[in-house]
Design a binder for this molecule. Sequence first.
Ligand code: BGC
Length: 888
Amino acid sequence: MVAVLLALPTNWVVPSVRAAEGPLAPVNLRCEYLKNPVGIDVRQPRFAWVLRHTERAQMQSAYQLLVASRPELLAQNKGDQWDNGKTLSDDSTQVVYKGKPLESGHSYWWKVRYWDKDGNASEYSHPASFEVGLLSAEEWKGQWIGGANQLRQEFNLAEAPRRARAYICGLGYYELRINGAKIGTNVLDPAWTTFDKRVLYVTYDVTANLHPGANAVGVMLGEGWFKSRALMLQMDIELASGKHVSVTSGPSWKAKNGPIVSDSVWDGEVYDARLETPGWDLPGFKDDGWMPAASVKAPGGVLSAQMMPPIQEVDSMVPMALTNPRAGVYVYDLGQNISGWVDLHVTGPRGTQVQLRFSELLYDTGMVNRENLQSGYRDFVAAKARDIYILRGDGEEDYRPRFTYHGFRYVEVTGYPGTPSIDSLRGHVVHTAVKTTGSFAASKPLLNQIHKIVRWSDLTNLHSIPTDCPQRNERMGWMGDAHVSAEGVMLNFDMAAFYTNFVRDIHDVQDADGTVTDTVPLRYGSRPADPAWGTAYPLLCWYLYEQNGDRRILEENYAGLKKYVEFLRSRAPDNVLRFSYYGDWVSLETTPPAEVSDFYYYYDTLLLSKMAEVLGNTADAASYAQRAGQIKDAFNKEFFDEKTGNYTTGTETANLLPLFLDMVPEKSRETVVSNLTYNILYQHNTHVTTGFIGLRYLMPVLTRFGYPDLAYDLAVETTFPSWGYMLANGATTVWELWQNKVGPSMNSQNHHMLGSVDTWFYEGLGGINVDPNQPGYRHVRIEPQVVRDLTSVSATVGTVRGDVTSSWTHEPGVTTLQVDVPVNSTATVSIPKDVEIAEITVHEGDRTIWEKGRFVEGTPGVTAGKFAHNQVIFEVGSGHYSFRVDGK
Ligand code: BGC
């Protein structure tokens, strides 16, 4: 190449060669974890970008970030808001805005370029944008109004709008309509919060929906979790001349109940199409019969921007079967348990009432079995889980509900005029529309099926908060469920904004005494939370930190977390925390709940000391580390029997919890491990007996202590209790219980928490692990578990720094491993040695990197190699690697 270039005339430009080599423009620009967010209320938002480079082992040595108030300025490389110049730093995530103060209702454009480790600069990225919502309470000019479930207002614009934004908080749920059209694709908005602490508003760009002259805005309100209706709306419009006008909710609005006769999250919607008021959301509508909107009490909470992906209809489904088990009763089968609703297509006489009832199960007769819509709590009435549609009778009608959702696979239709066909109904999958970022596939089909039902359960339980289940009279933010699944969910989907919001929800329920609640927002359960539920507060903060390098979540919550840990301490005078309500919930064998609570007391204290260390609070780091040591000693004194090597009842959970956190005295560790494996292998013939708490740590513990094959055997088991057993019995989502129950109470077919095994699919089998000392995948540990009859596994995690992939194949004597490490990250790659082979050789691409027991230097990106614990271990920089291990 050099020779060729020398032969060229000096004025010869070779742009294609230059453009294709070296540092490439950053991509995937994010602001507060979101792509081009509209309406954020963070004064110092954080930026992140993903780097690309054509060479291996590349890093960012510096970056330049420009933020401009107009796109034209940015195009001229002018950052009038912020230009940090060439800043020496390898930070490509969590970069905090430090420019001029951001203003409410303004848009900003930004881009970034970087210098690689050799000082070569990339091109600037494509521009990205972010918009600021209303930063302070005084900027809200509207009033809270209600009085009916339809509210409307007309207004005139003297000129065409240049820029218009609508800020809306419509509780419990809203649908915003302007000039006859629904605005945006959000449904079941806004997110559920502790309404007297905080309510969320959503910002829409409505410039294209407005025009000069008469305009109309209409808002439909549902009750949702707020159980009442209240609207706050502000439309800020900049006209072509630069003049500003605002349209705000207030007493001049008109109100009238529309076709939604009743709506409830649990019970469904009753919609009487005869009550529709066509044209109500258009200008010129005769609203004579409408009353002035009532001013209503403010919900009480501060108005904050909703900064996470909205709930949306993410997919639709054609039913796979339609049956007619009884005269007049039609049952549709979607073939998949989902959360969402159906739309109904119907023609018939005015006033005909069609009822849709939803279920997860069928009786043998083909009728829907709805016995499990009642939770275990007797004081809760079972969810009605039905929608009723009353026809207008003027031809073809389509109905789908707005302010409810159901968890179901089957839909029973009664009252249908005539005979419905398979096309009379479509299913719509509705949940928080997070982006899929991870993937997992293995040569064993059963693992892929488990992964699939876990994904379904995870997704269908994202409804602005992580819910426990989507069907019965719960759907609440049970904190225990939330934390056991969180890591797996983070590995599969882009979750940072969602959990950041949920952590704030937890912070909002915290009392001055440090207590949090079992469900967040608190709808049921206790304050203080069961410690195995309350631990979601520290754990979610920590997972966000590990996965994204998010220091701010630790900063913002440190005081709250400290209060929480101090509360636990106040209940543990002798350093043992015993109180508990649920313990190792849904387990098959009982572990004393006090052991579970105390385990989390230790865990939370330990995490607090680590967080203090991250934040540079060395005094707290030391004192909480010391206290954690005392708790550990007390735990062992209270729960450990040195003679038998068992903790408490010696169940799987009892022994694995202390192993997970290295609480077991070193001299007894092997005995405890062997008690655990003996219990699994011989006392339970290789079956799980844990509840969902113990389960979260079971596979990691077996793997870490040398039994990944046993973890695998548990994962692929097909008899009771196992995931294979669920699948063999028709599960399309993960069950709440290990048992196959179809009767009344507590046997949801869709609870995500037993799906925590998916975390191990990524971290164990795929081997992709975050390094907590270099969080946000700054350094990655790739340690795939090559087990039993598995011949291949392929896993990708879409990290904040780019995709990390680990993809391996295995046949006796030969292991191959493909690895992707993002630019600006490094990895330690450990490949297990086959027992058959005495002396291994390792190739990377066509180079030899390990031979005769020695690392061979000289391969780009591979900086070191060693052999330890029956693995050959390489240190690598960024890039794609293709390893092959064989030998004699
Ligand atoms: C919920 C759970 C929750 C539990 C608390 C149940 O009714 O559905 O998943 O964690 O209560 O024990």
